[in-house]
Ligand binder design. Structure first.
Ligand code: NAI
Length: 269
């Protein structure tokens, strides 16, 4: 039984990582999937590799014009869209600028992270609602982060943008419900998922394995999560199994936020 049979889905930032895994899982569940990104070569090759109904379209999530064009294309081809996954996101570390603490980060870097992560999700929700409104039904899935739930001293803009995504998700969910629409909107909060996003932090040196272990040392399950594990959650939220889930935030973090990082032993308590 295909859980997303015939649903039309758009995934942003789908050339690689979590977005690619979500596109793959959606295809396996019978959806017609548009993969979008700004890395056209990789996006095109990923869509080709995934095969089936997968198609690549360029969509810079920061561009309102791109959102209009892509949604017009999908709606004119299929009459509607059922699922939009606002996945594209950046940490700000991509260009090698590792200074993102609240005292020293540049205003330019702060704005660039918000432009992709937050403006991109705002536009994605805006155009998803418009495209879903005629049929009055759909699922919007916003990829936030555990960094949207707690402060991150070394990644101020990333944490701020992801926190804003969490709250905007709830605003969108309530707005759609208020309007009598069955358009659901939920956020997913992953932590430490092994994708190319981590490469600037991991490097390719001899200490790579040690760095990986160090990065997940606070995670109760003591490992990185896999993109496919996040994709499984996205499939649930996209499907008709989740028709009563809206405005919610779902963590997928190996237990990281389940308790305090201070691991008290029973005898210390
Ligand atoms: P990634 O860096 O591997 O992939 C991100 C994709 O987004 C890339 O293909 C990139 O070209 C694309 N992209 C960047 N700017 C774009 C723009 N303006 N318009 C369209 N596409 C753009 O990242 P990953 O790890 O797959 O992350 C996906 C989402 O999951 C992001 O929102 C990220 O913040 C979030 N996330 C990731 C975690 C992790 O540990 N990997 C943890 C928590 C959240």
């Amino acid at each position: 039984m295909y859980r997303l049979k015939g649903k039309i889905a758009l995934v942003t930032g789908a050339a690689r990582g979590i977005g690619e895994a979500i596109a793959h899982a959606f295809l396996n569940e019978g959806a017609i999937v548009y993969l979008s990104d700004i890395n056209d070569e990789l996006g095109f090759n990923t869509a080709k590799k995934l095969g089936g109904s997968a198609q690549y379209v360029r969509l810079d999530v920061r561009s309102e014009q791109d959102w209009r064009s892509v949604m017009d294309l999908i709606v004119s081809t299929h009459g509607a869209i059922d699922v939009v996954v606002n996945n594209a996101g950046i940490t700000g570390f991509e260009g090698g600028d590792l200074v993102h603490d609240p005292e020293n980060a540049s205003l330019e870097a702060w704005r660039a992270v918000h432009e992709t992560n937050l403006d991109g999700v705002f536009l994605g929700c805006k155009y998803a609602i418009k495209a879903m409104r005629p049929r009055g039904v759909g699922s919007i899935i916003n990829i936030s982060s555990r960094s949207g739930l707690v402060g991150i001293p070394g990644a101020a803009a990333y944490a701020s943008s992801k926190a804003a995504i969490r709250n905007h998700t709830k605003t969108v969910a309530l707005y759609c419900a208020e309007q009598g629409l069955r358009i659901r909107c939920n956020s997913i909060h992953p932590a430490a998922i092994l994708t190319p996003m981590w490469e600037p932090m991991l490097g390719n040196g001899p200490d790579r394995e040690a760095r990986m272990a160090e990065l997940v040392s606070d995670t109760p399950l003591r490992r990185f999560g896999m993109p496919e594990e996040v994709a499984a959650l996205a499939v649930l939220l996209a499907s008709d199994e989740a028709t009563y889930i809206t405005g919610s935030e779902l963590s997928i973090d190996g237990g990281l936020l389940a308790g305090s990082a201070a691991s008290l032993r029973a005898e210390d308590a």
